[in-house]
Design a protein around this ligand. Structure first.
Ligand SMILES: [Zn+2]
Ligand SMILES: [Zn+2]
Length: 259
């Protein structure tokens, strides 16, 4: 019946329908940042050369951090001469991961979109941020699996999603590395990290994670949205390290400029 009806649609009707859809601007897409409609042909290239759903105006705002940083924890370094110098914190105690990657500092438009993803549930931003993770990881050794940082159970109950998992999903689509969220779980109800000092965060998060499957011998990228003090990523990395992970990389979209 449906096929018969299709045969009776003339090419003139098809042309008329196409014209109608064009008049509705259905060929346009909406910028995920400013929400303005724009034609995809206007913007083939997003931040860091990424193909991204951003209008040309917003593309100019989403630039990666290109300054000096500590190679162990990613902390931005004030002096240009200090490029790739290990910071005092890491000289005192090195982080438990082998390498680190992030796209930008946590300020300006980056803070805006990451807050919108996390607190307003704007999951339409996840493909853009997943693409940023891919760009941030371009010089890291390819892993066996992606492990998103599990969220606090209260957070999951309230928001219904884990932003780290959403980003890892898109990174998996882009790079094809298996997504293994079951390697890390967070069974204990702890106080959420937001609003705590650095020392309080470290105390609060230690022993928060468990491995549910053996990570023995695996090379892993731990995925998160933002690194603030690094306490959450440190606890997650230590748990996977104890479970026998061979190589661990901390990968996230943005880093706060200070501890
Ligand atoms: Zn825009
Ligand atoms: Zn450092």
């Amino acid at each position: 019946m449906g096929q018969k009806a299709h045969k009776h649609i003339s090419s003139r009707s098809v042309n008329r329908l196409q014209k109608f859809f064009r008049s509705l601007e259905l060929t346009q897409t909406r910028c995920v940042h400013c929400l303005r409609p724009f034609s995809p042909s206007e913007n083939a290239c997003g931040p860091g050369g990424l193909s991204a759903p951003l209008c040309p105006d917003c593309t100019a705002l989403f630039v990666p951090y290109a300054g000096s940083r500590c190679p162990r924890c990613g902390l931005p370094l004030a002096l240009p001469t200090a490029r790739d110098t290990v910071c005092p914190n890491c000289l005192r105690q090195a982080p438990p991961w082998d390498s680190i990657g992030y796209f930008s500092l946590y300020d300006g438009v980056w803070r805006d979109v990451l807050l919108r993803l996390k607190y307003a549930g704007e999951l339409s931003l996840a493909p853009l941020l997943g693409a940023c993770l891919q760009e941030a990881a371009h010089c890291l050794p390819r892993p066996d699996a992606l492990v998103p940082v599990p969220r606090h159970p209260l957070h999951l109950r309230k928001r219904g999603f884990n932003q780290a998992h959403e980003l890892a999903k898109y990174l998996h689509i882009l790079c094809g590395v298996p997504l293994r969220p079951e390697l890390l779980c967070r069974p204990c109800p702890h106080t959420p990290q937001a609003g705590l000092s650095a020392a309080e965060r470290r105390r609060n998060i230690s022993n928060a994670f468990q491995t549910t499957r053996d990570a023995q011998g695996l090379r892993l990228w731990i995925i998160d949205d933002v690194m603030t003090t690094g306490a959450t990523l440190t606890a997650a990395a230590l748990t996977l390290r104890k479970a026998g992970a061979q190589k661990i990389c901390a990968l996230f979209v943005a880093r706060t400029p200070h501890f």
